[in-house]
Every structure is written in C-alpha cells, then in structure tokens.
Write a protein that binds this ligand. Structure first.
Ligand code: A2P
Length: 339
C-alpha cells in the first residue's frame, strides 16, 4: 500500500456495502496508505482482498481508530450510534451509511452532485443518505435548479441487497426451495420475497407510512435545504438483487417541458438518460447494477396536475446508493484539503 496515503478504516467490511466500499476505494484509486478492515468478533480470522493483497478483518473496539484519518461505516445504526462518536473523538472523519445520524442538525447529509459544500461543515461525522433518496435527488437536482419543485410523489421498487447479505441469501434460497417443491422460509423479511413484492420497507409508523418512506421525505428536504418540498412516498421491496427503480412524479414551480427536462438531465453530473421509446429504450435494474450512474428514462409531462413531470429513475443501490456516494464524499474532503 502507498506509504504517503491516508489511514482508512472500513467498519462493516464483511457486509454487502462494506465489501463494496473496499472495492470502490480501489477502483477510484483513492489514496489509501493503509486500510483497516473492521467487523464484529464473528469475522475475526477472515481476510478480504484490497489491491491484490488479502487483509485481515479485525474486531471493532473502542481503540480501533487510533491514527485513522477516515472511517467509512456501514455496520448498522446501533454500531454507528456507539462507535461513530468514539471515532470522531479520536480525530477520525466518519462517513456513515446508517440511519443513525442523518437527521442530526450537526451532521451534514451529502450527495456530491447536489450539496457538496455541506460536506465541509461537520463535527467529525458526515452522513450518507438513504439509497432511495440519493438516486432521486441526483435526478431531480437539475430540474429543481431550473424550475423549482413543490411536490414529489414517488413509488420505489427496491432490491434486496439494500437489506444486506442475509437478505440476498433469503431471496436465493426461497427461489431455490420453491423451484424444488419446498416451502419458502422468511426470516429477514415480513413476507415471502421470491415471486412476490410487498409495500413495506422498515417498520410502520403512527402516521401509516413506513420508516423508509419517511426517510425519503425528511432527507430530501435536508439535502435540498428546502423544508417546503412536499413528498409522498410508497416504498416497495421487489425480488431483484441489485438496483432500485423509482417512478417519480413532480410538480414544479415553473412549467418545464419534457424536452427541456431531458436536455438538463443529459448535461447533469452522474446522470445518464436512456429515453428512446422507439427502441424500447428505458433503464432497468440490470442496466444499473455494477455501475455508478443514475439512469433516467420515461421522461414525460404529467397532465394530471399543473406543471407536472413524470420520470423513471434507476441506480445501483449499493454503489451510488451507498458505497460510491460515501467515497465521493471522501473525495470532496480530500480535494478541499480537509483530510
Ligand atoms: P459481521 O460480518 O462480523 O457480522 P450486512 O448489512 O451485509 O448484513 O453487513 C453488516 C456488517 O456490519 C457486517 O460487516 C457485520 O460484521 C457488521 N456488524 C454488525 N454488527 C456489528 C457489531 N456489533 N460490531 C461490528 N460490526 C458489526
């Protein structure tokens, strides 16, 4: 590993997102001098590859962050609640993928294509937004800037990888069991996920919305810095492994044509427009999986409201929706000399 690079830690290195964080650091040639892989005591003894070398996984403990300059966390909310402040006190900058700190007023919530400047004002912890929110705000940013957004109605179609490694296995095992005449067993999800879908992501709250749906409301407002945006979300789990899709309807302040929206999106950073209906051109999860762009198609006027626009937005939920976004935040800090 490079001698002059940074001392970096990945917390939750053995998980679906943590594993990808290691890969994305390598792919984007992030200047890592040494890499510390942290997980629970269960994973001690395992090794994971980084730049062709097998690195040991260590147990996450209070002392883990000595001399570590940057820690990427993806080990669940309770681990982040406990250890992110420990790391911050040790002088480590934490970029946290969990839900633990996102709505804390002192913690910036950052999508580099939307509010990069927010990353520079922090007290040791920076939050990575929810996967469904990230891809939606990347696609809405150029339209927000050009025409303003009053209201968003979104329905998501979310892949199981967002729940973690064990959920991927649950889908695969259920498909295998059902195809072999056995009963499907659900341990991670509230309902059978194979050959099915269900409108529940996270627990339901008193207002009838799920936790995931309310994350989309609050996080969208915080990232745009606009508490007036009205958002109504329905989040649905579908039997896809990688790639979230979203049907997004917006009401803008000023009228905007579908052609203008398409032109703005074509020029937007991190976005690729796939919108050629004559050739069946629209993005699907298999197009998004394994790459970092947010794919947008089916851009059209929503005639049911004044200034209405509808679109279909697809991205790799554990890349742009998690690991890549976290590494991009670290790149901003690096570029501004803040690491
Ligand atoms: P481990 O593999 O040792 O359980 P996923 O979201 O794919 O399920 O991954 C969760 C990640 O968070 C894994 O790397 C897991 O490590 C890690 N993790 C879970 N609980 C803890 C904990 N209490 N301390 C440290 N790491 C944890």
């Amino acid at each position: 590993m490079g001698k002059n690079g940074l001392k970096v830690a990945v917390v939750g290195a053995t998980g679906a997102v943590g594993n990808l964080m290691i890969k994305v650091l390598e792919e984007r040639a992030f200047p890592v001098g040494s890499l510390k892989l942290l997980a629970s005591a269960r994973s001690v003894g395992k090794t994971l590859p980084f730049r062709g070398v097998q690195l040991p996984v260590e147990e996450l403990v209070e002392d883990s962050f000595k001399d570590v300059q940057l820690a990427l966390f993806s080990a669940g909310g309770s681990t982040s609640r406990k250890f992110a402040p420990v790391a911050a006190r040790a002088g480590t900058v934490v970029i946290d993928n969990s839900n633990a700190w996102r709505m804390d007023a002192k913690v910036p919530l950052v999508v580099p294509e939307v509010n990069p400047e927010a990353a520079l004002i922090h007290s040791g912890i920076i939050a990575n937004p929810n996967c469904s929110t990230i891809q939606m705000v990347v696609a809405l940013k150029p339209i927000y800037d050009a025409a303003g957004i009053r209201r968003i109605v979104v329905t998501t179609f979310q892949a199981v990888s967002g729940t973690g490694k064990r959920a991927i296995e649950e889908l695969q095992n259920q498909v295998c069991d059902l195809m072999n005449g056995r009963q499907a067993v659900s341990q991670i999800y509230p309902r059978q996920i194979a050959f099915n879908c269900f409108p529940q992501i996270g627990p339901f709250l008193d207002n009838g919305f799920s936790e995931e749906e309310m994350k989309m409301v609050h996080e969208t407002r915080k990232i745009f810095g606009d508490p007036r945006i009205r958002v109504c979300a329905t989040t649905v789990r579908i039997p896809v492994i990688y790639g979230h899709s979203e049907s997004v309807n917006i009401e803008t302040e000023k009228p905007i044509s579908a052609e203008e929206a398409r032109r703005l999106l074509q020029a937007a950073p991190g976005v690729r427009v796939i919108d050629d209906l004559s050739k069946g051109g629209y993005p699907v999860p298999l197009d998004a999986a394994g790459q970092d762009e947010t794919l947008v198609g089916r851009i059209r006027i929503d005639p049911s409201v004044e200034n209405g626009l509808a679109m279909w937005v697809v991205a790799d939920n554990i890349r742009k929706g998690a690991a890549t976004n976290a590494v991009q935040i670290a790149e901003i800090l690096l570029e501004k000399g803040r690491l």
